[in-house]
Design a binder for this molecule. Structure first.
Ligand code: SF4
Length: 335
């Protein structure tokens, strides 16, 4: 069942050259993305810094106003909701932030941080019920309930991210947007936090939109993955298919950069030349063509549409060939 459905979403930011000047240019941070997340599912969103994945995650939970497109949550168009109806709906989608140091108020105790969310949505009828709920949430994320009187600076990075997770869970959400939740943590702590998120999903049935630049992390946790480049989805599909048989040259380059455990592996590293172009003036045709190692003449003229190459596996590349077993059945028409 579709919990979240994003249709042709665009988030464009005006660029002004003076305080009172008119915007003549726009940063196309997200430029026509469609995706779905089912109840209890994890969908990964991956790409280099500046590809638009964080902007997309924030627009999904209405921290940013989209320029156009639709966001349906539980079948309801969020743009049509306001006031109390939007507040009620907001409870069902939460966010975990990249920076566990900056996302917690240093002047509040852990109990106050988690209790604030419970208070806003009036989820505890009595003081005892509120306290019991905070203690139970701390246990659920692997922290000692007696720590509720401590302040964020008394915890390690991993523990602070656990507090952020407890705060998100306090309102019993159906979807959590995880914005690079482990990229600021040590590798050993990253695994613990990922395992915790997976355990919580099994217990609570919560869905995740998991945003990260590290494809190895995203693959580990996600059933499906979308790869973004310059505000668009260039490839999407079941994570196993996408990793074992990437069709887009950009995805192939990202995968080639994942460190391999097997010393016998012959995987060649694909080093992309140049930086990601400006989203103010994206390249003509295929936006990846200035960096693509296999670009042809037509790539700078014709924009490749997303095509389904095998069941549920889509890519936007002129050279990607459909598999013989291609099916019309699809999950996302992202892009
Ligand atoms: Fe490369 Fe052309 Fe495919 Fe774009 S369409 S990814 S430039 S081969």
């Amino acid at each position: 069942m579709k919990l979240l459905e994003v249709q042709d979403l665009k988030v464009h930011f005006p660029v002004r050259h003076g305080l009172f000047s008119r915007a003549r240019q726009y940063v196309k941070a997200v430029d026509g993305v469609s995706l779905t997340v089912d109840a209890g599912e994890t969908v990964g969103l991956v790409g280099e810094s500046g590809c638009g994945k964080t902007t997309l995650g924030r627009a999904v939970i209405r921290l940013l106003e989209p320029t156009s497109g639709r966001i349906l949550f539980d079948g309801e168009d969020l743009a049509q909701l306001d006031g109390e109806a939007l507040r009620q709906k907001r409870r069902h989608f939460q966010m975990i932030f990249q920076d566990p140091y900056g996302s917690l108020n240093p002047r509040m105790t852990v109990g106050e941080i988690i209790g604030e969310a419970i208070d806003i949505h009036r989820l505890a009828a009595t003081v005892d019920a509120r306290r019991g709920r905070i203690e139970s949430l701390l246990r659920q994320v692997g922290l000692d309930p007696s720590h509720m009187t401590r302040y964020p600076h008394e915890f390690s990075g991993g523990q602070r991210q656990r507090i952020g997770i407890a705060r998100a869970l306090a309102v019993e959400p159906k979807l959590i947007v995880c914005d690079e939740p482990v990229s600021a943590l040590d590798v050993s702590v990253q695994a613990q936090v990922i395992n915790l998120l997976q355990d919580l999903q099994r217990q609570l049935g919560v869905a995740y939109l998991f945003v990260a630049h590290d494809l190895a992390v995203v693959e580990h946790i996600s059933a499906r993955v979308l790869v973004m480049y310059l505000g668009r989805v260039v490839e999407s599909g079941p994570s196993k298919d996408l990793i074992s048989e990437p069709r887009h040259p950009y995805t192939q380059a990202l995968i080639s950069a994942i460190p391999e455990v097997d010393p016998e592996s012959k995987r060649q590293r694909i080093v992309l030349s140049g930086d990601v172009p400006s989203p103010i003036q994206p390249p003509s045709g295929c936006p990846f063509h200035p960096r693509c190692p296999v670009a042809e003449a037509r790539c700078s003229i014709e924009t490749p549409p997303l095509r389904e190459l095998s069941p549920g596996h889509w890519a936007a590349c002129h050279l990607a060939q459909p598999a013989a077993t291609s099916s019309l059945a699809s999950r996302d028409n992202a892009g």
